[in-house]
Design a protein around this ligand. Structure first.
Ligand code: HEC
Ligand code: HEC
Length: 453
């Protein structure tokens, strides 16, 4: 990382970190795996390897720290996301702490796949705690690509119907592996196929495969509906109707009654996100927030029957921070340079972080579809100012992926009641009125600038 970017990163985190549990501490609890530093050693700089290792040891070994970090990270304690975690996580003798730590035997799923146990399964993890950042990241890569979030019947069905998989964005990479699919043995020792993070958060791009990039061609709803149609397995009619409207690149991950599909986000530059999730559900106080997010996500998606060993959740967080955007951005032009000035005047008050994101702001102020922000699932009454790194290629845009064309963000046409280019169903794409009153030339320059980000 360049020095300038590192300094900014520090500022961004320290800025929202006052009194936060992950604040660099003068006297950290001695980690069990490394000798305590002499009292005179200055606290390691945030995001340095020493700091990350110390934070990791604290997350792994200090239950009180995990619980207090959870409470501090949850922006709004009344939504379902928060309630579930507050009532089960970090309670010691009761709750999720008692679940078995599950580290399965796994194998990648390849084009040669014939049956879940035909591939030689191997332990995902050798149960040794990594001691360097590089080792944590390498382990995190394995978790991201191979830790089962859960077994998925519709994927198992799809492996007998490869055309259905590829029609909905589940395709092999150049080496013949299906990123995001995993063969494993479940708790009852049955051979199964499941999904991993890489199913939604990795994608083909420019002839290669990019980890962290949203799988914008993956149509989760349509694939599940194809499975139900083909097998005759019953599906609740209102859920079926909702799945039909998600379209590629979106999924309703909130498991509430509201119709609120969310765009699958890119995971680049996460370190600079002050909030995690579009509705700002988690204050990103430091790596412990991300590790808690991932530990509880893996636990919840595996039906709360097992928990991942915490080492794997920490490894996953370290891996996610290591993902950087591979620049595909356009080179600067005179138009994009003029656009940068327009951006500074009209946009930077909100889009101000190193990745051109920012704080979570009241939904009334941004005015976009309020269903997610006000919903009982993850709602906080706010939306996070979206990061604009790689934005030109990050469509469909807005938290719900309702905007199919970036140009339309700056056009009054999208407010029409029958606006046809809205993703999912025709209708207005409301809110985010910023920049609408700019001249046509300023708008064109602004778009040229955004293409360089
Ligand atoms: C079925 C698709 C899907 C899978 C599988 C999936 N995610 Fe996501 N992920 C999403 C969606 C959709 C969101 C947006 C949720 C929101 O904003 O509320 C998201 C959000 C995130 C975020 C927050 C990003 C940000 O900018 O705030 C992180 C981090 C993340 N996912 C990591 C993971 C990891 C790690 C895994 C594997 C354990 C995983 N996801 C599995 C769809 C998926
Ligand atoms: C008052 C704060 C604010 C201002 C000013 C503002 N934005 Fe935003 N912007 C937001 C918020 C909040 C979101 C996320 C809204 C949502 O997803 O519902 C957003 C989302 C976006 C997105 C969608 C990104 C994506 O990946 O989905 C783009 C593009 C964008 N803004 C560009 C701009 C530009 C260009 C300007 C200046 C003309 C601007 N914004 C001014 C707050 C602001």
């Amino acid at each position: 990382m360049r020095v300038g970017a590192a300094a900014l990163a520090l500022w961004a985190l320290v800025g929202c970190q006052r009194a936060a549990p992950s604040q660099p501490r003068r006297a950290p609890a001695p980690p069990t795996t490394a000798p305590a530093p002499p009292a005179t050693t200055p606290a390691p700089a945030p995001w340095s390897e020493a700091w990350l290792l110390a934070e990791g040891a604290r997350y792994l070994d200090d239950p009180g720290y995990r619980r207090s970090a959870l409470e501090a990270s949850l922006t709004e304690h009344r939504n379902n996301y928060a309630q579930l975690r507050l009532s089960h996580y970090g309670l010691g003798a009761s709750g999720w702490d008692n679940l078995p730590a599950w580290s399965p035997r796994v194998a990648p799923v390849t084009v040669a796949f014939s049956a879940p146990d035909a591939a030689p399964l191997a332990p995902l993890w050798d149960r040794r705690r990594p001691s360097t950042l590089a080792e944590w990241i390498a382990l995190g890569h394995k978790v991201f690509t191979l830790y089962p979030m859960r077994a998925e019947r519709f994927i198992e069905w799809g492996l007998g119907r490869r055309d259905a998989l590829s029609a909905h964005g589940v395709v092999p990479d150049a080496q013949g592996a299906y990123p995001g699919l995993v063969a494993f043995r479940d708790l009852e020792d049955r051979p199964r196929v499941g999904i991993t993070c890489a199913l939604c958060h990795s994608a083909p791009h420019a002839g290669g495969w990019v980890m962290g990039r949203a799988r914008r061609r993956f149509d989760y709803g349509a694939l599940r509906l194809a499975y139900h149609r083909d097998t005759g397995t019953p599906v609740e009619p209102s859920l079926a109707a909702r799945m039909a409207t998600w379209g590629p690149g979106r999924a309703d991950v909130t498991e509430d009654e509201a119709e609120d599909p969310v765009a699958i986000p890119d995971l680049f530059g996460l370190r600079h996100q002050r909030y995690l999730n579009q509705a700002g559900t988690l204050r990103h106080l430091g790596p412990v927030t991300l590790a808690l997010r991932q530990e509880t996500q893996l636990l919840d998606s595996n039906h709360q029957a097992v928990r991942p060993p915490r080492e794997l959740a920490w490894a996953l967080a370290m891996y996610l921070y290591s993902l950087t955007f591979s620049p595909v951005s356009a080179p600067a032009t005179p138009a994009s340079q003029r656009g940068e000035a327009v951006f500074s005047a009209a946009c930077r008050s909100c889009h101000e972080s190193p990745i051109l994101g920012g704080d979570a702001i009241a939904v009334a102020r941004v005015g976009t579809d309020p269903a997610l922000a006000m919903g009982s699932a993850r709602g906080t009454g706010r939306y996070r100012v979206a990061a604009l790194r790689g934005v030109r290629e990050a469509g469909p845009w807005l938290h719900d992926g309702s905007l199919a064309r970036l140009e339309d963000l700056f056009s009054e046409a999208r407010f029409a009641p029958d606006f046809a280019r809205r993703v999912g169903r025709p209708g207005p794409v409301v809110g985010h009125r910023f920049g609408l009153d700019l001249s046509a030339r300023d708008k064109a320059d602004l778009l040229a600038y955004l293409a360089t980000r």
